[in-house]
Design a protein around this ligand. Structure first.
Ligand code: GLU
Length: 445
């Protein structure tokens, strides 16, 4: 395999799809050596097939706002790879959503889901719709309009969507209600459901909890205790709040969170009532973090900046893709953190990742670190299929096991001769091998 040649072809075929090309390139560089040891992969054109989604659905989503004005958004579902299970992955509602973003997310999801050890293929979908400033009724009408197209291609054995940025419990409820009405079927077609109607315990927190289990294991592998360590977190959405909560439970101190307006530095630690306050603020539709500094003395609000300039032991990007660039990596590295782990999907630019790996920084990529979210979605699917609901302890125990296994796979494929664990390489090779072997077994389809 020649990475340069494949990338040139892809750039020609999909010009301007920067995020998608970035995600593909990272995987190709990681797997190149292993791939070249398997001439049968080359013969079956595994790479050429694995980088293209099996199917993409694009549709119009017209809806009417509270004033009676008509709006038109674009809806998507990218069914990326079904070699090891039905398509599985979230829906993102955000103005930045376009095909490149959803293809990168669907591609990453394929390998992430493979790492979970559960039988789930990869997919992603969403819309360029923004929930910011919309009333409940507007969000409901949008979700209903979105589902009138999406329902045709999803199903509990076909494609199982879930949440992502802009899609939380409220949106999942409206989407599920419309699916049920259109199909006359009550089944586990979506994950992230409410507890009373088929949802799994721990699912809302699972991405953040799983991330901290993974980080803890990275530290333990190097004989480092997480207790007393300072953590810089970015974001304060679904994922960040789970990470902050679990970090605090494990005895670490979270000193930053961020919003689109800037970041909060709180040397006393962001925990307890402070988390509740931010959650309540968000629930009112407000996703800025400046009010935190007015509420809690000792905290400082730094406008229009990201928290990577703060000296910390552990840095956890938890907001969105490419939120930590090469410059941020330089600043972080100068402060000698113990560990950097992407909790957001592709939270670091390619340049930043390269800098971390070159500096032998303890660093792990999103597809390993944040896989606890989709893994718990997989556990929700199992509970729906057997019509049982497991206790929090049962789900948490399984989540622990899964994160442990992902860590082991990363070490198995990523440990270099000098002892450095290249988690990027490890996660990509482990995720890839399972999907590639399944594709080989299933013929040219
Ligand atoms: N959107 C989440 C992710 O990036 C969760 C997907 C799911 O639960 O299906 O993995």
């Amino acid at each position: 395999m020649e990475v340069k040649k494949i990338m040139q072809d892809l750039e020609q075929k999909h010009p301007g799809e920067a995020e998608y090309l970035q995600a593909v390139k990272e995987v190709l560089i990681s797997i190149k050596d292993v791939y070249n040891q398997h001439p049968e992969f080359e013969k079956a054109k595994i790479i050429e097939r694995i980088v293209e989604p099996e199917r993409i659905l694009t549709f119009r989503v017209p809806w009417v706002d509270d004033k009676g004005e008509v709006h038109v958004n674009i809806g998507y579902r990218v069914q990326f790879n079904s070699a090891i299970g039905p398509y599985k992955g979230g829906l993102r509602f955000h103005p930045s959503v376009n095909l490149s973003i959803l293809k990168f997310l669907g591609f990453e999801q394929t390998f992430k889901n493979s790492l979970t050890t559960l039988p789930m293929g990869g997919g992603k979908g969403g819309s360029d719709f923004s929930i910011r400033g919309k009333s409940d009724n507007e969000v409901m009408r949008f979700c209903q309009a979105f589902m009138t197209e999406l329902f045709k291609v999803i199903g509990p054995e076909t494609d199982i969507p879930a949440g992502d940025i802009g899609v939380g419990a409220r949106e999942i409820g409206y989407l599920f209600g419309m699916y049920k009405k259109l199909t006359h079927q009550w089944n586990g077609v979506i994950t992230g459901k409410g507890l009373e109607w088929g949802g799994s315990r721990i699912r809302p927190e699972a991405t953040g909890f799983g991330a901290l289990y993974f980080v803890n294991q990275m530290l333990q592998t190097h004989n480092i205790d997480i207790k007393g360590k300072t953590i810089a977190v970015s974001g304060f959405g679904n994922v960040a709040w789970g990470a902050v909560t679990k970090a605090t439970q494990l005895g670490a101190k979270v000193i930053t969170i961020s919003g689109p307006d800037g970041y909060i530095y709180d040397p006393d630690g962001i925990c307890g009532e402070k988390i509740d306050y931010m959650l309540e603020l968000r629930a009112t539709g407000n996703d800025v973090c400046a009010p935190y500094a007015e509420m809690f003395s000792g905290a400082k609000f730094i406008p229009n900046k990201r928290p990577w300039e703060v000296k910390c032991d552990i840095a956890l990007p938890c907001a969105t893709q490419n939120e930590l660039n090469g410059n941020d990596a330089d600043i972080l590295l100068a402060n000698h953190p113990i560990c950097v782990a992407e909790v957001s999907n592709m939270g670091c630019t390619a340049e930043a990742v390269e800098k971390f790996v070159k500096a032998k920084q303890l660093f792990a990529p999103g597809k390993a670190v944040n896989a606890g979210g989709v893994a718990t979605s997989g556990l929700e699917m199992t509970q729906n299929a057997i019509r049982l609901s497991w206790s929090s302890d049962e789900v948490d125990e399984k989540l622990h096991q899964i994160m442990h296994s992902i860590h082991e796979q990363c070490v198995k494929y990523g440990k270099l001769n000098d002892g450095y664990i290249d988690y990027v390489k490890g996660a990509n090779i482990a995720g890839f091998m399972k999907v590639a072997n399944a594709m080989m077994a299933q013929g040219i389809v």
